[in-house]
Design a protein around this ligand. Structure first.
Ligand SMILES: [Zn+2]
Length: 186
């Protein structure tokens, strides 16, 4: 009889462990974060058009919504941390005067005033329009330690920042064309 209970307990523990490790629980965690943060969290951003800081709602959408709004390449780069092939994007060689905005939410990211020739085949800048408009986070891969740059308003992956850029900051914000929309300014 006693042995029977021990066996039942063992089966119960096994099934609990199985449930936790099954799928990692990632989709459930993502859904929870989306619903609790949606609509309520605000972020302070610099607006180029308004020449000053504004308070803006964060933009939070489901994977399905982003897929509907973006092209497959834009989706892959911004929502799946993809990287477009060098020299293939539409703005790596753009020299027009204007503002580069987030393709997902329209947040102002970079000015053409800080764009420079990095020779990498990706649009490169030495500074964002304001430090608040982009968020930096560690991106530690198996062999590389890099700093990821994401949009502060919608979390879109934009590219990476490196410390081999030109003066005055010495930084190279290496972006994907597919993550940005270029808007000409007079
Ligand atoms: Zn964005």
């Amino acid at each position: 009889m006693k042995r029977h209970y021990i066996l039942l307990a063992a089966i119960a523990i096994f099934s609990m462990v199985g449930a936790c490790s099954n799928g990692g629980g990632a989709p459930a965690a993502t859904t929870t974060a989306t619903t609790t943060a949606a609509g309520t969290s605000r972020v302070r951003l610099y607006s180029v058009a308004q020449k000053g800081y504004i308070m803006s709602d964060k933009v939070i959408k489901s994977e399905a919504e982003w897929r509907r709004l973006l092209t497959p390449e834009q989706y892959h780069v911004t929502r799946e941390q993809g990287t477009e092939r060098a020299y293939t994007g539409i703005t790596w060689n753009n020299h027009e005067k204007g503002i580069y905005r987030c393709i997902c939410c329209g947040n102002d990211l970079y000015s053409s005033d800080t764009k420079y020739e990095s020779g990498t085949g990706w649009p490169s800048f030495w500074e964002p329009v304001a430090p608040e408009n982009v968020t930096l986070r560690p991106d530690n891969g198996l062999f590389t330690k890099r700093t990821e740059v994401v949009c502060s308003r919608c979390g879109a992956h934009l590219g990476h920042v490196f410390d081999d850029g030109p003066k005055p900051t010495g930084l190279r914000y290496c972006m994907n064309s597919a993550a940005m929309q270029f808007v000409k300014t007079p």
